[in-house]
Design a protein around this ligand. Structure first.
Ligand SMILES: [Zn+2]
Length: 676
């Protein structure tokens, strides 16, 4: 594990090139670069191979890399905050009391083991009392309300065509395996996973009290029911098109597709009222819901709901539920031999239920206003670079350029942390029951979300916490959101980092990536106000699609693991954003003094260090089982390809490392992709 010194994530700019600073910067790069590999043959392993070799994946992890280095530091910070809160005797009802009690109950494994699923008794009783379609749908509504995605997915977000209001969305869902393809793939591994999955469902039902024979039969029923839902579910790549997955319809017309469901009553049972129109993502999925509701006896549904409830809360129930859940999802599916240490898992839970309360304390200690200003300035530089690229684009017409600039200009930039924090005052947290805290936490989240429905859209909201090492673009708000933690640089004092790394990794390319999402295959279909609306001339749209197909082709050719290729269609938005991000960071970096002076560090030119900095952002190694899961479920390409894919489309990369025809990193000019 590298030491993490950039504690405040501040001042990560090299201001004075003093000799000692240079040698530190040199040492910094030396941790990562494997000089025995040629950058022209395998740029990923050249740039970060040394660190990866020296830091194998721990037994309890699915993957290990830059994300974990940052996350380890964040865990230490959150641990200190949680422990301090637990011993603070904080006033009842305060955020600190909630954090302290949540932490105490989460670590109280004796009480957790004693309680098991008992805090969910009344939920299981409700399922046991189901005796017809009406009580079945009421039970499903209650499960949706407490965070269990039984039968379908339901959520409330902005209406994609009317971003100034929220809408109820009904989506495909209800599965226990990570994606619909797991139910149908025919390779050996897929068949093994299905067998193991049924065995897992059986053992969970056994833990719920079914005898062994009954549990086996019931598990087969669950598998059959989920397979029906999976069959009517769209593939990952078919969920990308925002128009095809948008069907605004009246509740009455959903009722015509699913006569077995009284939607008005069903939604009211889930505490959602006053709704006449909903957005159905995949209408054919709800046709299957109707067929399944008619086809299966009530007893099948009761089994399915018991499984879904226990599955959702297994980790929080602790003991044998937690162990069985980890056995399948951790070991069998993702190849991880050991559970992660409990304290880290519980910090993840705390993050999920009280993320903003933790975030408030986190930024007070670890993110200064000065840092916020600095990265806000970097954000402006990246935006200026994007505006220049749009203006000088060789393939867009003037009218489309003007609309693109208008959209870019309207983007809201959220940097560091939200101006308004979520208010947890109605969320009761105590020391008596961890599972109880989790249940009430899910109810609090549902209440919070449902309350939005009849209020104006809150454009100040964040859906990530500041301590999250990630960032996002939200098309409905036309905004980029950059949490404080995304700016952390691992293993180096703030003042010693070289601008090449800051622009390539910590700030520049990340900001560039997120803003490019506003102009990727999905984002480009939203206008400056966040509404799904076509602002492209037909010729420009056609040219965009032609270029996007180039990136789909490029990534589809890459093998991710074994015989499994990258899903070029499903990952195209992220790959377009990566290519935009590295280009925009490069444009901004070229304007810095550091680039212009051209001083070498450790024998590396500023341009070479920039591309190594890009690699640093994706430094990661992963278990093959976990990688296979990600290829089927994740819209991001595997890390080495997130490095190699974009750089091999860039002339400055070829120039920096002297890459020539015949080198493995060389892609012919005719197939290089250029979009933004
Ligand atoms: Zn992205």
């Amino acid at each position: 594990m590298s030491r993490l010194l950039c504690a405040a994530a501040s001042a990560c700019f090299l201001t004075a090139a003093t000799p000692s600073a240079l040698s530190d910067a040199e040492r910094y790069l030396d941790q990562f670069v494997d000089k025995s590999v040629s950058p022209r043959d395998d740029f990923f392993h050249y740039s970060v191979g040394k660190w990866l070799r020296e830091h194998p994946i721990p037994k309890s992890e699915r993957a290990w890399g830059i994300y974990n280095v940052i996350q380890e530091e964040t865990y230490q910070r959150l641990l200190a905050i949680s422990k301090a809160a637990a011993s603070a005797n904080a006033p009842s009802g305060s955020n600190q009391q909630k954090i302290g009690d949540f932490w105490f109950a989460a670590m109280d494994t004796m009480t957790i083991a004693k309680q098991g699923l008992a805090p969910l008794d009344s939920e299981f009783t409700r399922i046991a009392q189901v005796n017809d379609l009406t009580t079945l749908m009421a039970a499903i509504a209650r499960l949706q309300y407490i965070g269990v995605g039984a039968l379908y997915g339901g959520y409330i977000v902005q209406d994609e065509k009317h971003s100034d209001r929220y809408a109820v969305h009904l989506y495909q869902g209800g599965l226990g395996l990570p994606d619909r393809d797991y139910y149908f793939d025919t390779d050996d591994r897929a068949q093994l996973l299905r067998r193991e999955y049924v065995a897992h469902v059986g053992r969970m039902l056994n833990l719920l009290g079914d005898d062994a024979a009954k549990a086996r039969a019931n598990a087969a029923t669950v598998m059959a029911m989920e397979t029906e839902l999976a069959k009517a579910s769209r593939k990952l790549e078919d969920l990308r098109d925002p128009i095809k997955n948008y069907n605004a319809v009246s509740l009455d017309s959903v009722g015509k597709v699913t006569p077995s469901v009284q939607w008005r009553v069903h939604l009211a049972d889930a505490r959602i009222t006053g709704v006449d129109t909903v957005i159905v993502g995949q209408p054919e999925f709800f046709q299957q819901v109707e067929r399944s509701l008619r086809a299966h006896p009530i007893d099948h549904w009761k089994t399915y709901l018991r499984w879904q409830l226990a599955h959702t809360y297994a980790a929080e129930a602790g003991g044998r539920f937690d162990a069985e859940n980890f056995h399948f999802y951790g070991t069998v599916l993702n190849g991880t031999p050991e559970q992660r240490p409990r304290w880290k898992r519980m910090l993840d839970e705390e993050e999920g239920y009280l993320g903003d309360a933790l975030g408030q304390l986190y930024v007070a200690q670890y993110f200064s206003p000065r840092t916020k200003q600095r990265y806000a300035k970097l954000t402006d530089e990246i935006f200026a670079a994007f505006a220049d690229r749009i203006r000088s684009s060789s393939w867009m017409s003037q009218p489309t350029k003007e609309r693109a600039l208008r959209k870019l200009d309207a983007v809201t930039k959220k940097v560091g942390y939200p101006e308004n924090w979520k208010d947890y005052s109605t969320y009761a947290v105590d020391r008596r029951s961890f599972l109880g805290n989790a249940l009430r936490g899910n109810i609090w989240r549902s209440d919070y979300t449902i309350a939005k429905l009849h209020k104006p859209v809150d454009r100040t909201e964040w859906t990530m916490t500041p301590q999250t090492y990630n960032a996002y673009y939200n098309p409905s708000n036309n905004e980029i959101v950059l949490p404080a933690a995304i700016f952390i640089l691992p293993g180096i004092a703030d003042s010693l980092v070289d601008d090449a790394i800051v622009y390539a990794y910590a700030g520049g390319t990340t900001i560039g990536h997120e803003i490019t999402h506003g102009f990727d295959d999905q984002g480009r279909q939203f206008d400056e106000k966040g509404n799904l609306e076509d602002w492209w001339t037909p010729a420009d749209a056609q040219e965009f699609n032609r270029r996007a197909r180039g990136i789909v082709r490029q990534y589809s050719e890459y093998v991710a693991v074994g015989k499994l290729h990258v899903n070029g269609e499903a990952t195209q938005g992220e790959n377009i954003a990566d290519l935009g991000g590295i280009n925009l960071g490069w444009d901004a970096f070229r304007k810095t003094d550091q680039y212009k002076r051209g001083v070498k560090i450790g024998g590396l030119t500023p341009a070479q260090r920039y591309f190594i900095g890009w690699s640093l952002g994706w430094m990661n190694q992963i278990r093959p089982e976990n990688l296979a899961v990600r290829v089927k479920t994740d819209v991001h390409a595997p890390s080495p390809l997130r490095v190699i894919g974009p750089v091999t489309n860039m002339v400055p990369f070829y120039e920096a490392f002297g890459v020539k025809p015949g080198d493995k990193m060389y892609r012919a000019d005719s197939v290089r992709v250029q979009i933004w």
